[in-house]
Design a protein around this ligand. Structure first.
Ligand code: NAI
Length: 339
């Protein structure tokens, strides 16, 4: 296959970037179709990237047999409906944003529908698996560089500047654990090759009362035990006053691997009467940008080469949601939950 023809549903905050990556950065892929319920998004992406087809009904797009695959980048609450429709309507290859679903019932439905469908590549948007530093860290871990893993520690902080958006977004995102922490959990289980068996959590509303009104929280910490014996500590926040900040560390019996960079967005130092300053990464896309292109390239390459994708797949998406349900319960009830 020379060119992989892709259609995308959802052209919002992330979908538009996926569309642009397909159009501008993946030579063997073509942005053939776009779909959104927001006319202005269709107009804007349509005018800039000239896809052959525009849809407001995703089911119509899923029946376009010219397409080699579809990208689902809509609100998390629509993922189950859309993944099941893709399976039912004969879509050949699917990329779907995380989280795979919102409830146990939804992920079971998706699993059943996809397993009995003819879908070849089913990829879930856990983009961190494509980060160059994470990949180097995983390679060293697998070579035994740090001996036996003892503790994996993940920090994930969204910028306070996005608070207003997050409060609006919360009712359709599943809240802090579903929206943010499944990224850290997916990366942890990918590093360790093991799933968590217990979770204990604490958290609450520290900065944004608006989140309490929609049943969400803005900070939490979750402690886990993995099946291979390793411990995991996951902390996350929606009110990072200085920008977007992520860290990862794996401590082992023989050493430690860390991606704990100070979140500066360039190397400029600003020197003035008050001292020396640097500017920080402003939001997740800026930090992870290369991983979004790499994961979409992997989707196109797997389709073109007729092979399984190296990215997170159906069962990875399933396990992340199963963990999120347990972790959320652990935080909500401040209790230990068996997974
Ligand atoms: P958004 O609210 O900005 O965009 C949602 C889009 O879906 C809009 O274009 C809307 O028109 C479209 N849409 C919703 N229902 C539709 C329907 N029935 N038919 C057609 N279009 C429909 O949301 P955002 O922030 O772009 O998030 C989308 C998904 O991406 C979420 O599941 C979120 O969890 C995930 N995400 C993943 C990230 C990552 O790092 N991998 C980062 C940000 C979001």
């Amino acid at each position: 296959m020379d060119t992989v023809k892709l259609g995308i549903v959802g052209l919002g905050r992330l979908g538009r970037n996926h569309a642009a990556n397909i159009h501008y950065h993946i030579p063997n892929a073509e942005l053939t179709a776009i779909c959104s319920v927001v006319e202005a998004e269709l107009e804007s992406v349509g005018a800039e990237m000239s896809p052959r087809y525009r849809y407001t009904d995703y089911r119509e797009m899923f029946q376009n047999r010219e397409l080699d695959g579809v990208v689902i980048a809509t609100n998390s609450q629509s993922h189950c409906e859309m993944a099941c429709a893709a399976a039912e309507l004969g879509v050949k290859n699917v990329y779907i944003e995380k989280p795979l679903g919102m409830t146990l019932d939804e992920i079971e439905q998706i699993r059943a529908a996809v397993e009995k469908s003819g879908i070849n590549v089913f990829q879930v948007g856990y983009n961190r698996r494509f980060d160059a530093s994470y990949r180097a860290m995983k390679k060293k871990l697998e070579e035994g560089y740090i001996g036996k893993p003892v503790l994996i520690k993940m920090i994930n902080r969204d910028p306070a500047s996005m608070a207003e958006f997050i409060i609006k977004f919360s009712p359709t995102s599943g809240g802090l654990v579903f929206d943010m922490l499944t990224h850290d959990y997916d990366a942890a289980r990918w590093f360790l090759g093991s799933d968590a068996t217990t979770a204990y959590g604490i958290g609450g509303v520290y900065a944004y009362e608006g989140l309490a009104a929609v049943g969400d929280i803005d900070n939490c910490g979750i402690l886990c035990k993995f099946d291979n014996g390793a411990m995991g500590w996951f902390e996350t926040s929606r009110n990072c006053s200085y920008g977007y900040h992520v860290e990862a560390e794996i401590f082992g019996t023989e050493g430690c691997l860390r991606v704990c960079v100070t979140p500066t967005n360039d190397r400029v130092l600003y020197l003035d009467k008050k001292g020396i300053h640097q500017s920080t990464v402003s939001w997740f896309y800026e930090y992870w940008e290369p991983t979004f292109t790499a994961e979409m390239k992997e989707f196109a390459d797997a389709i073109a080469e007729g092979r399984p994708s190296q990215a997170a797949g159906l069962m990875d998406g399933y396990q992340a949601v199963k963990w999120a349900l347990a972790a959320k319960k652990a935080v909500d009830e401040e209790t230990v939950v068996k997974i």
